[in-house]
Design a protein around this ligand. Structure first.
Ligand code: ZN
Length: 363
């Protein structure tokens, strides 16, 4: 097993491909291959497999790879009462970027029980590394569901935020170190982020003592997203609109897209004071980054993010990718971070004095 690093700690946005024996491969909404107890066993096996692969690849902060959920939003919604799944309607989502068949909110929202308890406890019991679990953010949920009950976006978002908070508090008790909210919708509804999106996130993290994170990307590497990105022009400045507000928020970490994107790198400086999970691995291409490319992206980001706040990460989830490619990308991520540590020597050293660091480890 590789060692844990004290700078440029690597992590991933969250999801990993499901093995072909668990679900249809290379799909964003894959059908499960089994049902009942057999499906639960397969999910368990896949979760353990990816924990081991992440550890062996050298990833410092691991996830359960989202092996137990079919989709990052609906994996949560399935556990919520007040949603009519028998009635799915076609809705243009992410500002009509693509159509999805979405269920309808038909009554007051309530959690049926725990959402990610099984996989969180399983992962916690099988890794000594820091563990991250992802949840969909309130704004992204609201953008992925039809509503006939609340009839008000903000009220609906706050209702979901309350449920997310309930699950997040329980995950913290399960021993999860980082809880991340996925908010791709933040890059689409820039004014709403400032009006109520961050408030909804604050509601979702209320009372949490563990590390909190928000992931904001330009989407998975699916065709609709690739086409959308072509319309965004030579420079993607969405982050410039929302980062200043996020810098003032109580969220500790921001996960963002960097390599191969047209995000001007200097926008990262707008996240002063936050941990920045810098996307150094592109999930929209099967071409595997070299460690040199990864290290170069880290170096570019380092001009705007202090080393002790910089966490090399993937641009987005790897769920729809080829399994072998994803594994190679995990290794490239870790190898690139290792190369950056070596190349930068003490420049990348954590500024925390040795004395206080010793105290921390004793606790
Ligand atoms: Zn993403």
């Amino acid at each position: 097993m590789s060692q844990i690093h004290d700078r440029f700690q690597t992590t991933i946005a969250g999801s990993l491909p499901k093995p072909a024996w668990l679900a249809e491969p290379n799909k964003l909404w894959p059908a499960w291959r089994a049902s009942g107890a057999e499906l639960e066993r397969a999910k368990r096996d896949a979760t353990l497999l990816w924990l081991k692969e992440q550890e062996d690849a050298g990833i410092d902060i691991v996830t359960e790879g989202e092996q137990s959920r079919q989709h990052f939003v609906h994996g949560f919604l399935e556990f919520v009462d007040g949603i009519d799944f028998s009635r799915k309607v076609k809705m243009g989502i992410r500002d009509n970027r693509y159509d999805a068949m979405v269920p309808v909110v038909s009554g007051p929202l309530r959690l049926k029980g725990r959402v990610h308890e099984v996989e969180a406890r399983l992962a916690r019991g099988h890794t000594g590394r820091k563990l991250k679990i992802t949840l969909p953010g309130p704004m992204t949920i609201v953008d992925t569901i039809a509503d006939e009950h609340y009839r008000d976006k903000v009220k609906l978002a706050m209702a979901f935020a309350e449920l997310l908070n309930q699950e997040a508090r329980a995950l913290e008790k399960d021993g999860v170190d980082v809880i991340q909210f996925d908010e791709p919708a933040f890059n689409v509804y820039l004014d709403d982020v400032k009006r109520w999106g961050i408030d909804a996130l604050h509601r979702a993290i209320e009372g949490l003592k563990c590390t909190t994170c928000v992931h904001i990307c330009y989407g998975y590497g699916i065709q609709a997203n690739i086409d959308w990105k072509r319309t965004l022009g030579g420079e993607w400045r969405q982050y410039a609109e929302i980062f200043p507000a996020l810098a003032k928020s109580r969220i500790k970490q921001v996960s963002l897209e960097c390599i191969n994107s047209k995000v001007p790198i200097e926008l990262l400086k707008l996240l002063k004071g936050k941990d920045v999970l810098v996307g150094v691995i592109d999930v929209a291409t099967d071409a595997v980054e070299t460690p040199q490319q990864v290290a170069e992206t880290i170096e570019r980001a380092l001009k705007f993010v202090p080393a002790n706040h910089l966490f090399p990460c993937t641009n987005c989830g790897m769920a729809p990718m080829d399994r072998e490619v994803a594994l190679k990308k995990l290794r490239a991520l870790a190898a690139g971070a290792a190369l950056a540590r070596k190349k930068l020597g003490n420049r990348g050293q954590s500024p925390i004095p040795a004395k206080s660091r010793r105290k921390k480890t004793r606790r």
